[in-house]
Design a protein around this ligand. Sequence first.
Ligand code: ATP
Ligand code: MG
Length: 238
Amino acid sequence: MSIFKMINVCFEDNGQKIINNISHYIEQSTVTAFLGKPGSGKSTALKLLAGLITPTSGSITFEDKDIHSMTHKQNEAFRKRASFMFQDSALWANQDIYHNLELPLLLHFPDMSAAERKDRIKKITEIVEFHKPLIIRPASLSIGEQKKISFARALICEPEILFLDEPTESIDEKTEDLFISILKDFISQNKTVIYVSHDNYLINSFLCDKIYFEDGEIKEKILLDDINQIDDYYEGDL
Ligand SMILES: Nc1ncnc2c1ncn2[C@@H]1O[C@H](COP(=O)(O)OP(=O)(O)OP(=O)(O)O)[C@@H](O)[C@H]1O
Ligand SMILES: [Mg+2]
């Protein structure tokens, strides 16, 4: 089943065309990579798909509901099921790490007890191997540590769908291996991942549909369903 359908999507800002007429369907329990040069429109396409920005024209649906005309309640339900990890982490600067991780739980699980929230926060920080005190604020963390917290925040509500924008940018090899193993575990649970990356090590870590962007358009798609020989898959220009 196609959970996401983007049909003839355009996005303009101040008359500037940033995304130009892209169409793509994403099936449930698949991994999709948005690839392409800097400035080609990958992050914008990911934000459009996640409903964070609104297309100028065209339609984007999630389970056949238009993401941009969902009711508040439908939108909250979608947000609970789909998390977004931003390219620049986008942690709340005026909140400590604990509250950065607690806020999604407070929003999406209002009946969860404080003890259970604490337990979830402890578990997720252990999973991403973040060992600093949680009372510090994001500004005190390195970029790589911020990525860990951003990843933890995306995972804390146990979503079905992950949107990841350059999840392994600015992190060391050990942390990258850790992120990849967490993602492999996530994917093995038949969940859906849509990510943007320039990182060939990450891209070659699991099979995925590859969507290549150029100047705000989709230039090429390499879809697993179309591949007869697995060797062809690795010949694609990353
Ligand atoms: N709201 C906006 N207003 C004006 N220009 C924008 C806006 N958002 C993005 N752009 C421009 O659109 C182009 C695509 O941006 P986008 O962030 O999607 O690229 P990207 O492929 O993710 O690049 P990178 O690999 O560097 O992250 C860029 O030239 C960017 O400056
Ligand atoms: Mg980007």
